[in-house]
Design a protein around this ligand. Structure first.
Ligand code: 5GP
Ligand code: ZN
Length: 136
C-alpha cells in the first residue's frame, strides 16, 4: 500500500495532528475540515471501505469514534456532531482507506448535510426491501 496516504499517516511517514491512538485505530484532524475540529477515525489495517473491514477493526473503529466524539463535545463542542462515512467514488470517497468523519456542529455553521426527499411509487418500497433482504 505504498501510495495510501492514511497508511503513511499510520506508519508515521507523514505527520498528522493526532488526537487518539490504540492498537487498531488512529484518529487525527482532517487537513481540510468541514468545521474546525473535524476528525478522521481510521483503522490501522488498510481496508478499502466499510465492506472490506474485518469485524474487529469495525468494532474498534466505532468505539474510537465514540471516544473522540465525546472528547470533541467536552472540549470545544456542544454535543452536536455528524458522523459521515463515504464509501465508493459515487459517495464521494477520495481516500481509499476506510475512515469515519466526525464533524462537530455549531449553531451558525455553514455546513449542510441535507438531501431532498424522493417518493416511492405504489409497491416500490416493498420491492426494494425484498431485493435487499435476499442478500442479508
Ligand atoms: P473522503 O472524501 O475520502 O471521505 O475524505 C478524505 C478526507 O481526508 C478529506 O476530508 C481530506 O481533507 C482528508 N485528507 C486527505 N489527505 C490528508 C492528509 O494528508 N492529512 C489529513 N490530516 N487529512 C487528509
Ligand atoms: Zn491505507
Amino acid at each position: 500500500m505504498e501510495e495510501c496516504v492514511f497508511c503513511k499517516i499510520v506508519d508515521g511517514k507523514i505527520p498528522s495532528a493526532k488526537v487518539y491512538e490504540d492498537s487498531k485505530v488512529i484518529s487525527f484532524l482532517d487537513i481540510l475540515p468541514a468545521n474546525k475540529g473535524h476528525c478522521l477515525v481510521v483503522p490501522k489495517k488498510h481496508a478499502q471501505n466499510l465492506l472490506d473491514m474485518g469485524e474487529d477493526d469495525l468494532i474498534a473503529t466505532m468505539k474510537a469514534a465514540k471516544k473522540v466524539a465525546r472528547a470533541l463535545s467536552l472540549s470545544f463542542g456542544n454535543g452536536s456532531f455528524n458522523i459521515v462515512m463515504n464509501n465508493g467514488k459515487e459517495a464521494g470517497q477520495v481516500v481509499n482507506h476506510a475512515h469515519i468523519h466526525l464533524i462537530p456542529r455549531f449553531q451558525k455553521d455553514r455546513l449542510r448535510i441535507k438531501w431532498s426527499h424522493l417518493k416511492y411509487e405504489e409497491n416500490e418500497m416493498k420491492e426494494y426491501a425484498e431485493k435487499v433482504k435476499k442478500f442479508i
